[in-house]
Design a protein around this ligand. Structure first.
Ligand SMILES: Cc1cc2nc3c(=O)[nH]c(=O)nc-3n(C[C@H](O)[C@H](O)[C@H](O)COP(=O)(O)OP(=O)(O)OC[C@H]3O[C@@H](n4cnc5c(N)ncnc54)[C@H](O)[C@@H]3O)c2cc1C
Length: 439
């Protein structure tokens, strides 16, 4: 099958690809969106269980900060975001651990760091040199970088983390919320805005090669297992960072001809962070009853010394569901477990160590839900982070080539929202405008 009637190809129908497509739907250009999976959304993936009040979010779940682009789409679909309660408990062996205000201590050290102004450092090196920080604050900062930024702190850019942690999104008054009804509500609104005779979305289409020259792009791959080709004057590439970093012959790798030499240093300056997000469904929300209801309004539980260090509830929605989360090198280690049951066992053991022996958590488990984003050949990681010296990498990755290839995806966001859904959406809108202006 050949399609030569297209102006703009969009590769990938995650947040970036769908936002680009929505922006182009009524531009008068003929658009073809090619998506490898049999669903839209990419790293947004929601499942609704009939008897559970909260959705299962295998990927993105929260809206971080004010996120105007995400909020505008939700509002367009008649939805809103439900603010979470942000109550945290640090627990060990059933006892509450005291916790100082480490985050503000770390923020102050970042703001006052002359060393970072002069040169970029790994986050580990930055912590080592921050002698004013207590050892506990350093441990906390490392744990937070691994958990929140999904990074290996020996590789991650301290400058990039400092810029992120001292930005408005991390202020105490910045909201953290969830899309009402789940992220699939946002996807439904985006999909609804694609209705146009000039736009087609084709699922189950795996692009394996992109041959390009100025004003011409030819892609080859498979459509439901059969050979497929398409041609266009422009292409918006929204392949995840981890996919772009794969050798072309690796599973999921994409062969560009000519190769993307101009992107080499950008691809070296970024890394795709591993995350394990495991949803544990229990017969009841047992933690609400423990210790005379002390944890009834808990949203986050932290177990600093366990494999799984963070758990969260679905508050303000009450549901017998806990999300277990780990990012960075510990996630990479755990995701090498061959059997998902091993990962569940690790999470249950962390949970048991938090609540102590009084409640047998494993007996209350009814089900678990998990997707391995690291092994997924269409994702190769959860979200991106900047490595030491990679300060310009996002900008470089976003730069169009020959007025023909345009790049979007969370890793290309340069407005401080990379690694998030908002970053992906913004990048898609930006790439769509660039592609239109290029004609
Ligand atoms: C576990 C987890 C939790 C997260 N939590 C949050 C959160 O709470 N809040 C938040 O804001 N963000 C969160 N994120 C990050 C957020 O999900 C991503 O930043 C965002 O969804 C990325 O969108 P994208 O369009 O850049 O990439 P993707 O969504 O990955 O889209 C790329 C698309 O390209 C497709 N594709 C890949 N290869 C090919 C090919 N060869 N041919 C055709 N199509 C191809 C993929 O199938 C995919 O659909 C989380 C991510 C994960 C994994």
């Amino acid at each position: 099958m050949t399609n030569a009637d297209t102006d703009i190809l969009i590769i990938g129908a995650g947040g970036a690809g769908l936002a680009a497509a929505a922006e182009l739907a009524h531009s008068g250009r003929r658009v073809l969106v090619l998506e490898a999976r049999d669903r839209i959304g990419g790293r947004m993936w929601t499942q609704h269980l009939p008897d559970l009040a909260a959705p299962i979010e295998y990927g993105a779940e929260f809206v971080h900060g004010r996120a105007p682009t995400t909020m505008a789409i939700l509002r367009r679909g008649g939805r809103t975001a439900i603010e979470s309660t942000d109550t945290h408990f640090w627990l060990h062996d059933g006892e509450r651990a005291t916790r100082n205000d480490f985050f503000h201590e770390v923020q102050r050290a970042m703001r006052g760091s002359g060393a970072l102004e002069k040169q970029d450092l790994s986050f580990d090196a930055f912590l080592e040199r921050s002698t004013a920080l207590s050892p506990e604050a350093r441990r906390y900062a490392k744990m937070m970088a691994e958990g929140f930024d999904a990074c290996d702190t020996s590789r991650a850019s301290a400058r990039a983390i400092a810029a992120e942690w001292t930005a408005d999104m991390m202020n105490d008054d910045a909201p953290q919320s969830r899309p009402q009804g789940g992220y699939d509500a946002l996807l439904a609104t985006l999909a609804g805005s694609l209705q146009s005779e000039r736009l087609r979305l084709q699922l189950q289409t795996i692009v394996r090669s992109v041959r390009w020259s100025q004003g011409c792009v030819a892609v080859e791959g498979t459509f439901i297992g059969k050979p497929f080709q398409a041609r266009a004057a422009r292409a918006i590439i929204t392949l995840p960072l981890g996919v772009l970093q794969q050798p072309p012959d690796a599973p999921g790798g994409v062969h560009f001809t000519p190769a993307l030499d101009e992107k080499r240093s950008a691809l070296q300056g970024l890394a795709s962070g591993p995350v394990i997000k495991l949803m544990l469904r229990f017969s009841s929300a047992f933690w609400e009853e423990l210790d005379g209801g002390r944890y009834r309004n808990a949203e986050f539980f932290h177990a600093p010394s366990a494999d799984f260090r963070t758990f969260w509830t679905q508050l303000p929605v009450r549901a017998p569901l806990l999300v277990a989360w780990v990012g960075g090198p510990s996630a990479a280690r755990l995701s090498s477990c061959d059997v998902p049951a091993d990962i569940v066992a690790h999470a249950l053991s962390a949970l048991q160590s938090m609540f102590g022996k009084r409640y047998p958590v494993a007996d209350a488990l009814e089900g678990s839900y998990y997707h391995d984003w690291q092994q997924d050949p269409l994702a190769r990681g959860a979200y991106s982070y900047v490595t030491v010296g990679g300060g310009a990498a996002r900008l470089l990755l976003a730069k169009p080539l020959a007025g023909t290839l345009f790049f979007a995806g969370e890793a290309t966001d340069t407005q401080g929202e990379a690694a998030t859904v908002t970053g992906a959406l913004q990048s898609g809108l930006r790439a769509a405008r660039e592609a239109l202006e290029s004609f």
